[in-house]
Design a protein around this ligand. Structure first.
Ligand code: ATP
Length: 251
């Protein structure tokens, strides 16, 4: 008998709290973020939206340690993670999923799941964790011996999310996870994200389908040219979103 995949957690309080305080970042001489501050309370979802080039992916990379900040502080559950390497941040339960880069293409579906399960839970925990993953995503069970690189784009996202769901990450940074997917598959991805959230994982959501992200999010940050121009509840921002994202000349 294994634990249920979706533990009911009405408090959604098991997730990690993320705080950015006046974070700046550059690519060589190009400054991409200017003193960005916001927080993601534990167990909640924050959508980060903005026009192309606004700095959304840079925020995601700084949070997960892939791009160093030039100044400012990033805290995870109160711990300063600003200068920590990405692997250490991942070990703290902060996971970063991006479109197309979150599975090992040459490994099978089962190997993609079994490796992180074994690392996190030990050999004894693998069978139960696999069972939970396949229960949550039956299509993955049907394809357990298939190379992950030959899965469809939607199935690859499910595989990445299955790991997160079963291992109960504290915070998940999701960067354009639904990029290039058919609407019906985007629905599936969002159902899975919703389960990850109700399982207690906090979410930092970067999404080109802004309205999808806002349906799931508790709060929203709008970025423009590397600065925060709105930080607040989703309610009330939707009607001005095109202006906030695209600028005052937007239709
Ligand atoms: P999009 O929605 O188009 O993905 P974004 O809001 O995620 O955009 P970022 O990818 O964070 O924006 O990019 C912010 C700025 O930094 C852009 O002007 C981009 O050209 C620049 N930039 C991003 N990555 C690099 C890099 N590796 N080298 C140099 N400049 C970069």
């Amino acid at each position: 008998m294994t634990a249920p995949v979706d533990p009911v957690d009405p408090a959604r309080g098991a997730g990690g709290r993320l705080e950015l305080e006046r974070v700046s970042a550059s690519y060589g001489p190009y400054r991409a973020l200017f003193e960005v501050s916001f927080s993601v309370p534990a167990g909640t979802a924050l959508a980060v939206v903005g026009a192309n080039g606004a700095g959304k992916s840079t925020v995601a990379r700084v949070v997960s340690g892939l791009v160093p900040s030039t100044s400012g502080t990033v805290r995870f559950d109160g711990i300063d993670i600003t200068r920590r390497p990405a692997f250490e941040i991942a070990r703290m339960g902060l996971n970063h999923l991006t479109e197309g880069r979150s599975v090992f293409a040459s490994l099978t579906v089962e190997e993609n799941l079994a490796l992180p399960f074994r690392r996190a839970l030990g050999r004894q925990g693998v069978a139960g964790a696999l069972e939970q993953a396949y229960e949550a995503f039956p299509k993955l069970g049907d394809r357990r011996t298939q190379s992950a690189g030959t899965l469809s784009g939607g199935e690859q996202r499910m595989l990445a999310l299955a790991r997160v769901l079963v291992l109960h990450q504290k915070l998940l940074v999701v960067d354009e996870l639904s990029f290039g997917l058919a609407p019906v598959i985007v629905d599936e991805v969002y159902q899975a994200l919703s389960r990850v959230l109700s399982g207690g994982t906090s979410l930092l959501l970067i999404e080109q389908h802004v309205h999808r992200a806002l349906e799931l999010a508790d709060a929203v940050v709008v970025l423009s040219k590397g600065t925060v121009v709105y930080d607040g509840p989703v309610e009330g921002v939707e009607h001005q979103l095109s202006e906030l994202v695209l600028g005052p000349e937007a239709p």
